[in-house]
Write a protein that binds this ligand. Structure first.
Ligand SMILES: N[C@@H](CCC(=O)N[C@@H](CS)C(=O)NCC(=O)O)C(=O)O
Length: 210
């Protein structure tokens, strides 16, 4: 019989703070479900354009298209735009769902089921392996072209949780994935990333969401 542990409090999720924060019980209720009928964060209402949008991937693409006119973290050319979209879809369909199931079964699920935990840990390793192959073959350290884009950054929030998902030290989680580690660490070491994390921590604190 698998060991049974009491459910743990739900930590702030990795998808939402690409955009904003909200307490989890509130996302299944009005008025939030009027904005996102899927009852999940993130969602935005852009008063500049009167657009309501949910899902971090769709929101990232929108923000880049609407507000990154200078292409600081995106590309103008068709080829690079579609490659960025490809990696964002991989984050949405390959990284996000598998990491979140690993998180559910490792952290939140009351029963600890070894075969399920193992399956999702293997999927995490597989996703890291795919990225390792891609990044190792590139001349630059970024997924598309020679600069960091929103597609690179989309992977960071879940990768920050690797230790807790795999129950391994920070060094162990990157075993066999040195290029992915260097890529991840160069993003979280950017002054702009650190500034964003300080702002995030302050907002979570002010809103009692830590
Ligand atoms: N694919 C969606 C996933 C959204 C998602 O799973 N959000 C989590 C937070 S990271 C959530 O709202 N969980 C609360 C719940 O399911 O009740 C996205 O990237 O926006």
């Amino acid at each position: 019989m698998p060991a049974t542990n009491p459910p743990k409090p739900i930590p702030p999720g990795p998808n939402s703070w690409k955009i904003e924060s909200l307490s989890f019980p509130d996302v299944k209720k009005k008025p939030f479900i009027d904005v996102n009928p899927n009852g999940r964060v993130p969602a935005i209402e852009d008063l500049n354009t009167d657009l309501t949008l949910w899902g971090s991937g769709a929101i990232l693409q929108y923000i880049v298209e609407r507000y990154d006119a200078e292409h600081r973290v995106s590309y103008e050319g068709v080829k690079e735009r579609h490659l960025s979209s490809q990696y964002l879809h991989f984050q949405m369909s390959g990284q996000g769902p598998y990491y979140s199931q690993a998180s559910w079964f490792q952290v939140m699920h009351p029963d600890k089921i070894p075969s399920v935990i193992e399956r999702y840990a293997n999927e995490i390793k597989r996703v890291l392996g795919v990225l390792e192959g891609v990044l190792a073959a590139k001349k630059s350290q970024w997924l598309v072209g020679d600069k960091m884009t929103f597609a690179d950054m989309a992977f960071v929030p879940w990768d920050l949780r690797l230790s807790e998902l795999l129950l391994q030290s920070w060094d162990e989680v990157w075993d066999g994935a040195p290029h992915v580690r260097a890529w991840h660490e160069s993003m979280v070491n950017l002054p702009s990333w650190k500034r964003s994390m300080d702002i995030r921590a302050r907002l979570l604190d002010e809103q009692g969401l830590q």
